[in-house]
Design a protein around this ligand. Structure first.
Ligand SMILES: C[S@@+](CC[C@H](N)C(=O)[O-])C[C@H]1O[C@@H](n2cnc3c(N)ncnc32)[C@H](O)[C@@H]1O
Length: 270
């Protein structure tokens, strides 16, 4: 059960590289969630109708054909990322069931290499990846040629002790509905708020700290603020940063003056 108390969660998004985190007063995290760049090279929009002008092959290729999501994606340094995680995750606690966790949201092809790199940095993962299922796919152009992708993936990492786990006594399967994006889509790989709320509810309590070093639209911070978790994030693209700040400023925490404004515990999501 969530505690009722007066709490104004911190919610700070920095327009900077996460590598510059030492410039900012950031508390250590119970949970780091990172949707790392997919490194899809120049085929980020492959199979997607936006490869063509107006979504029509007859119109010829659009400016997105043969491009990556962002030029900066290829510069993403996974070892820098794990060094950041090691500095900013809370230390291992003495008690059982309170340890911090790292969730990486990623593409299928990143699962195996990430498990290996994480091991080199001292992190283990569970036997099963997170599989987020969708009943739609971006791969419209391949629909008559092959089975199309309709899942996204994730991995939960921890150091020694099992992470905090607020399952409320219920089984949580490793497959979950991805859901649909709510309004305010501002990023090509934006994650739905409800999905982030579910993950944050599972692995943290009210008042805990959540960090997203590659925040994009700020969806992790938005979900954290709504759930009265403190949050910090970084985003290098000015437009995303600006839009994210706008969205974050528009939401209110669910506990105001000690009163819950909406129900938020894991039973809402299962
Ligand atoms: C896959 S997107 C995250 C999308 C986000 N989960 C959402 O729901 O909107 C990754 C983001 O990381 C940003 N990024 C890449 N390298 C970064 C770095 N070193 N520091 C901070 N942000 C970075 C990119 O600009 C991009 O917007």
């Amino acid at each position: 059960m969530e505690q009722k108390r007066n709490l104004k969660p911190k919610c700070e998004l920095y327009h900077d590289h996460f590598e510059n985190h030492k410039r900012y007063p950031i508390q250590k995290a119970q949970l780091i969630i990172a949707d790392i760049p997919y490194n899809l090279g120049n085929n980020a929009y492959a199979s997607n109708v936006s490869w063509y002008e107006g979504g029509e092959i007859a119109n010829g290729e659009s400016k997105l054909a043969g491009t990556q999501f962002f030029k900066t994606d290829k510069n993403f340094n996974i070892d820098n990322f794990f060094r950041f995680v090691k500095r900013l995750l809370k230390p291992e606690p003495k008690e059982i069931g309170k340890a911090p966790a790292l969730i990486i949201l990623c593409a299928f092809h990143q699962l195996a290499p990430l498990i290996e790199i994480a091991k080199e940095h001292g992190f283990k993962t569970f036997n099963h990846p997170l599989v987020f299922t969708k009943n739609y796919s971006a791969e419209v152009l391949k629909a008559n040629m092959r089975i199309v992708g309709a899942c996204e993936y994730g991995l939960v990492f921890y150091r020694d002790k099992l992470p905090k786990f607020n399952n409320g006594g219920k089984m949580v399967f490793n497959h979950m509905e991805f859901g649909r994006l709510e309004e305010n889509k501002i990023h090509p790989t934006q994650k739905p708020l409800e999905l982030l709320k579910k993950l944050i509810t599972l692995f943290t309590d009210v008042g805990d700290v959540v960090i997203d070093p590659v925040a994009g639209s700020g969806s992790t911070l938005l979900a954290s603020k709504i759930l009265n978790r403190n949050s910090y994030g970084f985003e290098i693209k000015r437009n995303f940063y600006k839009e994210a700040i706008k969205n974050i400023n528009e939401v209110e925490p669910t506990i105001v003056n000690g009163q819950k404004t909406v129900q938020t515990n894991i039973f809402d999501f299962l």
